[in-house]
Write a protein that binds this ligand. Structure first.
Ligand code: ADP
Length: 189
């Protein structure tokens, strides 16, 4: 099993790189943001519960997120491994993921931290909003998401760094170059 966390701020390119990684490594991609958006567009009860939270750029409570994530992993018993994109976003989520994987005799092999500065994030998301139509991509909501990232999510890094699992990759540059650098990191996990 190869279980990887792709870590980085909103707009770091996690989705773009995940799509390339799953093809190369034959892993299952789990994006909690995509899952929440799917629930919202299907108007499920979970979707109704989280709709306003996403629209406001805030984090969904840990218990809801963790339950959804675990359910998604259980749906893929044949997987060779997973790419976790947008999860864990809090230390409590990271701890829950470790405990969950340990119960299955598995672990996180490594964490790829995509490094992108705030100016670049704002430029990219302003561009993305023109096509994504995501309500949480507007400038004010984006600031909230960046705020959530730097107040809560960033603490996930030392959690994994203590386990010696974090590799930093420059997230600015050509998509192919970034991909090659991520692959080198993964191949060394
Ligand atoms: P981005 O990385 O561009 O901010 P995502 O698609 O990963 O976008 O997430 C969109 C939204 O979904 C987040 O702003 C948050 O409301 C919710 N969300 C996604 N993953 C998590 C998580 N692990 N914990 C809590 N909320 C989450």
């Amino acid at each position: 099993m190869l279980n990887i966390v792709l870590f980085g701020p909103p707009g770091a390119g996690k989705g773009t790189q995940s799509a390339k990684l799953i093809e190369k490594y034959q892993l299952v991609h789990i994006s909690t943001g995509d899952l929440f958006r799917m629930h919202i567009s299907n108007d499920t009860s979970l979707g109704q519960q989280v709709k306003q939270i996403l629209a406001n750029g805030l984090l969904v409570p840990d218990s809801i997120t963790i339950d959804m994530l675990e359910e998604e992993v259980q749906k893929n018993p044949e997987a060779k491994g997973f790419i976790f994109d947008g999860f864990p976003r809090t230390v409590a989520q990271a701890e829950a993921l470790d405990a969950f994987l340990e119960g299955k005799g598995q672990k996180i092999n490594g964490v790829v931290q995509l490094d992108v500065d705030q100016e670049e994030i704002k430029t990219r998301i302003a561009e993305r909003q023109k096509v994504s139509g995501r309500a949480d991509d507007d400038a004010e909501k984006l600031l909230k998401r960046i705020d959530e990232y730097f107040s809560k999510t960033i603490h996930v890094l030392p959690y994994y760094a203590e386990q010696g699992k974090v590799v930093q990759v420059n997230g600015i540059g050509e998509i192919e170059t970034i991909f090659t650098n991520i692959c080198s990191a993964i191949d060394a996990f």
